[in-house]
Design a protein around this ligand. Structure first.
Ligand SMILES: *Cc1c(COP(=O)(O)O)cnc(C)c1O
Length: 341
């Protein structure tokens, strides 16, 4: 990584370090389509135990893992209720609709990242031939860096049980939620029928996600994974990175959360800058230049070596390559834009 650039575009930019590369190189491997890759099995077993699920399945990406979850839960002509800004609705190229003929029913999120339960309830359709069948509720935790409260998850689950619906978690950053709450992963992931977890975000693996659920669900998911081209061969080298990540890189996520809080703190008094955020924030900071579209602000920062995503709001994501000195420098660059405007 270019040491002059502070790259806050995403926690996906993290690179495997020497120890992770060694773990990858020394992982036992076999053909996983023949179910003979010991490291993939070990990762699936380890993560499913940590998450309170029966079993798991390795995927190349979180997008494919979420897609397969939706395809497994919902048949053609059924629908899933999902957040308006959720990855499984907005950032997966419409895969569920295109490949599964599954209708999304998006719901506007509240400021805390939750979908109001009353709105979900209203969106659940009656058994009437005019309507798609409401089959699934999909949550995301963390969402936009915010931790969804466990009490909310319990209430949402109750609603799904009352209406015979399935319950999926896009837990791309479920470990950030667990670490942020100071609870085990299981507390965050166990309430769901299925969970997708990313290894390639803050955990630092180069690729990989794992889908978790019961034996029957994962058995069906395996056929869908094959169909969408996700059946891979000697994946032990990739799964080995994931195993290393969940054994070594989970607790340190708290460092990312602390630095994100420090960055937000340093910017609170900048005139003309809005720092979005709340107590449940993890490794992301959202900023708006209050009186424009954010393009000039973005360019100013980019020219000074600070990269981030989004415009208004801008999204700054903290990860394991970011130091306290980077945070000080990032805050100075941001401040300088508003002082020179
Ligand atoms: C990154 C991410 C995914 C999966 O993305 P891939 O790049 O396909 O691995 C899913 N959901 C959320 C919330 C994410 O941030």
């Amino acid at each position: 990584m270019d040491s002059n650039i502070i790259d806050l575009r995403s926690d996906t930019v993290t690179l495997p370090d020497d120890a992770m590369r060694e773990a990858m190189a020394s992982s036992p491997i076999g053909d996983d389509v023949y179910e003979e890759d010991p490291t993939a099995k070990s990762l699936e077993r380890t993560l499913s135990q940590m998450a309170g699920h029966e079993t798991g399945l390795f995927f190349p990406t979180g997008t494919q893992s979420n897609l397969v979850a939706l395809l497994t839960h919902c048949q053609r002509g059924e629908e899933y209720i999902v957040g308006q800004e959720a990855h499984t609705y907005k950032y997966e190229a419409g895969g569920a609709a295109v490949l599964g003929s599954i209708q999304p029913q998006p719901i506007e999120l509240d400021a805390d990242g939750t979908m109001p339960l009353a709105k979900i309830k209203k969106a659940i359709k009656a058994d009437d031939f005019h309507f798609a069948r409401t089959r699934l509720l999909a949550l995301e935790n963390t969402t936009a860096g915010k931790i969804i409260p466990l009490s909310y998850v319990a209430e949402a689950k109750e609603l799904t049980r009352q209406h015979g619906m399935r319950f999926h978690l896009d837990g791309a950053r479920a470990f950030n939620a667990a670490v942020g709450l100071g609870v085990s992963l299981e507390k965050v992931t166990q309430p769901f029928d299925s969970v997708s977890i990313c290894l390639s975000k803050g955990l630092g693996a180069p690729v990989g996600s794992v889908l978790l659920g019961n034996e029957e669900f994962i058995h069906q998911a395996k056929r869908w994974r094959k169909m969408v081209g996700g059946g891979m061969r000697q994946i032990g080298m990739l799964a080995g990175a994931g195993l290393y990540a969940i054994e070594n890189n989970v607790d340190r996520l708290l460092e990312d959360h602390k630095l994100a809080a420090q960055l937000a703190e340093r910017l609170l008094d900048v005139d003309g800058l809005i720092v979005h955020g709340n107590q449940s924030n993890t490794n992301m900071v959202y900023l708006s230049a209050s009186d424009d579209d954010g393009a000039a602000f973005h360019q100013w920062c980019a020219e000074r070596g600070l990269k981030f995503g989004g415009r208004n709001p801008a999204r700054l994501v903290i990860h394991r390559h970011i130091t306290e000195a980077d945070i000080v420098q990032a805050a100075d660059i941001i401040r300088s834009y508003f002082e020179n405007k």
